[in-house]
Design a protein around this ligand. Sequence first.
Ligand code: ZN
Ligand code: FE
Length: 255
Amino acid sequence: MAAEIRVFTCLSDNFGYLIHDPATGATASVDAPDAAPIIRELNAQGWRLTDILITHHHHDHVGGVAELKEAYGCRVVAPHDKSTKIANVDQRVAHGDVVRVGELLARVLETPGHTLDHVAYVFDTEKALFAADTLFSIGCGRVFEGSYPTMWDSLLKLRALPDDFKLYCGHEYTASNVKFALTVEPDNAALQARAEEVTRLRAAGRPTIPALLGDEKKANVFLRADDPAVAIKLRMKGASAEEVFGELRERKNKS
Ligand code: ZN
Ligand code: FE
């Protein structure tokens, strides 16, 4: 039986995600921005929370952990972080670890840059990538704790996943990301197609997530910082991927 994934809004623009294993009844929340909407979704589905998979220490990803753990006694999985910024953790994970949610398996990828502790969870059988604030649809996270080369390296790890994998990211930022991306690549046909789709989805009050990773590889300029054509568009012919990525990120910060 295939896993079921629920997508809903938490706080103002965070995504809440539940992944449910029908075979065992296990249900994981990927991050816990806020307990109330997660509990509401669990009740709506008739599911019981067994696990929380945390991606990084920012409050809008862990704010609901204590309340959920109290309510369900669920296991909390979080990245290794030497400063132990994340509380209530039962299991610490690092690159290459595999986390079990019932019979579902999630592979841990370390993706530092947005924060140093950031990890992504990849459910290979479900073709689902939970990338939180490393990779957004048509964008990427701000680089708060790492350097541009570190973040670029993390994006390459995600880009290496197959095209038919679905991206589940941390925030509904797609419309604003599209607006910026069009300033860099106004003639990118894949981006134009995504822009139309995003307008349609948002007008209907629907999330723009999941996004297909294959589409992101074509439409998301942050995943193509090593494409010489992108360097030329930025008037950085011959610059390294890291430099191009850094310039893109800085322009987005100012946009
Ligand atoms: Zn964050
Ligand atoms: Fe966030």
